[in-house]
Design a binder for this molecule. Sequence first.
Ligand SMILES: Nc1nc2c(ncn2[C@@H]2O[C@H](COP(=O)(O)OP(=O)(O)O)[C@@H](O)[C@H]2O)c(=O)[nH]1
Ligand SMILES: [Mg+2]
Length: 421
Amino acid sequence: MSSVHPVVPRSENVEAPAALMIVPTYNEAKNIVPLLEALFALPMVEETGWQLHVLVRDDSSPDGTGDIVRDLIETTYPGRLILSTGTKDGLGKAMKAAFDESLELGYEVIMTMDADFSHSPLDVPKLVAAINDGADVAIGSRYVDGGLIPGNWPLGYIVRTRVAGAVARLLGGVDPSIRELTTNFRAMRRSVLGAIPYGTVDAKGYGFMIFLANAFVMGAWTVKEVPISFYSRANGSSKARLSDIFEFFKIAYRLNDDSPFKQVARFLTVGASGTVVNLFALWLLRRVVPEDASVIWLSIAAIQISILWNFILHDRFTFKSYRKAWKGQSTLKQYGKNFLRYEGTSALTQTVIFTAFVLLSNLGVFYLLAQLLGIGIAFIVNYYVSSTYIWVFRKSTPLTLVDAPVDAPTATRTVRPAHAR
Ligand SMILES: Nc1nc2c(ncn2[C@@H]2O[C@H](COP(=O)(O)OP(=O)(O)O)[C@@H](O)[C@H]2O)c(=O)[nH]1
Ligand SMILES: [Mg+2]
């Protein structure tokens, strides 16, 4: 468990409420002093109406970061600076402990930033201003108008954050309504943090950041992205490790059942099973229907059976979130309408395969390859139409939170009387 040193600070000046900035540190002895100086020098009360408190979460840094902070609490920033300590077990774990403490301490606005000057203290008032303007969550973002990444940033870093973003979207299915998913520069109202079951996510590394980003958009809160400048670390070295990357993939994979990757995988599986059903139905019909019946009709019947099969499985399995999102509101009429749309899509699919076959084989492509390419294109068309026009569901429905276990730490957390209000 962590501990707070020396005691819970109490503000003598109760005029302005206090917002809390959480700064996780591991071996940041060179950065922490100038960072705290810069943070406490901000004209916060004048500009935002909030005073600033800082909670440093240090995991027993061998370079003495914690001792420096302990000292500053006594000598320079009593009542405004809090130290929380633990043993090193990754950034995600450190953030969870710091979140627990900040909720217990009763802060109304809770923020996070890195200690290494990647995030500029000068951008902090902007985050708080966004909350004042009605946002429940403000995300410091490099990817909205006015946001910046360093001109001298190594290509490797740029690739890393871009790939992480793509993984979060495609594998994780994080809603595209927010653009910045991975950086730890954010402000939240306590109602948001208190409702997110962050204790349940098994994250040591920065996979924790996309879990939160996903929870923000799932909760139907007002989320605002604030442009920030992002800088290279000032002193010391990065703590990101290779294992964090694997963990990041794992966390992304578990985020949403309807991520594009999972949906496409299910769509393909259903499509393949439909082909088997089609062939099996044709074989069966041939055996049970009198000899003189035309195979043309049998083929049409087999196609219809496989369309029905695909439709039912897409509805139950491929796009299962659709059903969840429309819980109790999905009528037989809507089901019928969707089926007719799917019939239309299937006709379109067949046309695409046939057209591609005629065009490609005329160009001299080997006939089997021509058919296969046609099937590939048709698959894309089919998936696009199905996911855009048939199984369309309201993204704002809070799927993840509804499914969260009821004994998530947020449900049992006791909140001590707020000193900071
Ligand atoms: N308390 C704590 N802080 C950590 C840990 N790992 C990283 N940090 C801090 O988290 C912030 C971001 O880490 P950093 O190494 O800069 O990662 P990068 O920006 O992805 O390269 C910095 O303030 C680190 O000191 C950890 O295990 N425990
Ligand atoms: Mg950094």
